[in-house]
Write a protein that binds this ligand. Structure first.
Ligand code: ADP
Ligand code: ASP
Ligand code: MG
Length: 409
């Protein structure tokens, strides 16, 4: 007898009909004798709808109230799935995050899980019940409802799998696995049978929304066997694995992109020790996360400094930077919130030279100007104008022959 945690995303539970088909899938697995814990998202579009409602009420609602509101979407789907299972004659109980006791810190809207009490779930599983848990939510030490950040149901599922020492955690979604890039942007994208944790972590952190980054971190840390599969068709999906030799023969495993980027530049900054801190300190104090940072080499006594932030934070960051500009006696602040980041990812990059030059040549051949570059051992990211996103992704996908299987190369 195996224990599985199954997570179904928003599209998979987007209607009564779809919830009924999830119930059938769950019942089938349960009838085989396995123990099943199901984690659900809200119906697709519901979390956005709730956020919009909050904005209509107040321009900047408190994060605590926002959590009380946006956690409700998942409460609806777990109850409905439980009912659908009962209808099929399958015993099931639904729980909110707080009822299971998924204990988190108190950082509302991006809380981190601290501890999970598995007693209730274990007792239900031993009674041959299906346990249905609301994803995306927990409770803090004061009993307040928290949420785990957008896409957080993935993390709920992996965390429950870790706590219960599940045999596998299945993330059922609207694609049949992890692809070489988002198949909505490049239809020639190819499903990967395996991807390493390290690569999946990079892909997720560089913008591939198929898995929330924290879920991958969690799976790596607690050794959870994690698989991404389709809710709608049979198949074995993509297994997230530890590095193996077969993977290393692929130079690049995937292309990630992030549309939520904006960049800011401050020019004519005096080139003195402490300047980076003076520029980025106030940005950090305002809780704005900075991603890429480039400082030019000064050719006189002054330098230029450019960094990227989330597009939602662009105006706030610009206002802060303008203040810093006048304090430092710098020349001016410019910015652009129509940029995107495109990244190539692969553990194979470690042992091969020339990847960056292929990437830059490919973009140049398409007439795409690179505005910023960042590299690490297993990724190269470039910032380009938003209008080039699709072109850049497709050109790189073809240049690195990602549409071909390893055997075909
Ligand atoms: P869910 O609601 O099930 O959590 P998400 O929308 O969060 O689903 O994630 C699935 C989506 O992720 C896919 O529909 C796809 O457009 C997108 N995606 C982005 N990058 C990738 C990738 N490399 N492989 C597969 N899907 C990707
Ligand atoms: N419903 C939440 C969201 O839309 C969590 C999730 O779907 O994973 O972000
Ligand atoms: Mg998701």
């Amino acid at each position: 007898m195996a224990l599985y945690v199954y997570k179904f995303g928003g599209t998979s539970v987007g209607s009564v009909e779809r919830i009924k088909s999830v119930a059938e899938k769950v019942k089938k697995a349960h009838d085989l004798g396995d123990q099943i814990v199901v984690v659900l998202s809200a119906m697709s579009g519901e979390t956005n709808r709730l956020i919009d409602l909050a904005k209509e009420m107040q321009s900047q609602p408190t994060a605590r109230e926002l959590d009380v509101l946006i956690s409700t979407g998942e409460q609806v789907t777990v109850a409905l799935l439980s009912m659908a299972l009962h209808q099929l004659g399958c015993d099931a109980t639904s729980y909110t995050g707080g009822q299971v006791r998924i204990l988190t810190d108190s950082v509302h809207t991006k809380a981190r899980i601290r501890e999970i009490d598995d007693a209730k779930m274990r007792a239900d599983l031993n009674d041959r019940k299906v346990v249905v848990v609301a994803g995306f939510q927990g409770v803090d030490e004061f009993g307040d409802i928290t949420t785990l950040g957008r896409g957080g149901s993935d993390t709920s599922a992996v965390a429950l799998a870790a706590a219960l020492k599940a045999d596998e955690c299945h993330i059922y979604t609207d694609v049949d696995g992890v692809y070489t890039t988002d198949p909505r942007v490049e239809p020639k994208a190819r499903r990967l049978d395996h991807i390493t944790f390290e690569e999946m972590l990079e892909m997720a952190s560089l913008g591939s929304k198929v898995l929330q980054i924290r879920s991958v971190e969690f799976a790596g840390k607690y050794n959870v066997a994690l698989r991404v599969l389709s809710s709608f068709q049979e198949g074995c999906g993509t297994l997230i694995t530890y590095e193996d030799s077969q993977m290393e023969s692929a130079l690049i495993s995937g292309i990630a992109f992030n549309r939520d980027e904006a960049k800011l530049t401050i020019t004519g900054v005096p080139d003195l020790p402490g300047v980076a801190h003076k520029i980025l300190g106030p940005i950090a104090d305002a809780n704005i996360e900075v991603d890429m940072i480039v400082q030019n080499i000064a050719d006189d006594a002054s330098t230029d400094f450019t960094f990227t932030v989330h597009r939602n934070e662009y105006l706030r960051a610009k206002t802060i930077l303008e203040q810093t500009c006048s304090e430092l006696g710098a020349r001016k602040v410019t910015g652009d919130d129509t940029i995107v980041k495109v990244s190539i990812v692969g553990v194979g990059m470690r042992s091969h030279a020339g990847i960056a030059s292929t990437m830059f040549k490919t973009l140049a051949d398409e007439g795409i100007n690179i505005r910023m570059i960042a590299t690490s051992e297993i990724k190269i990211s470039v910032v380009v104008d938003e209008k080039y996103l699709e072109l850049a992704v497709r050109a790189l996908h073809s240049a690195f022959e990602l549409d071909k299987t390893i055997e075909a190369l």
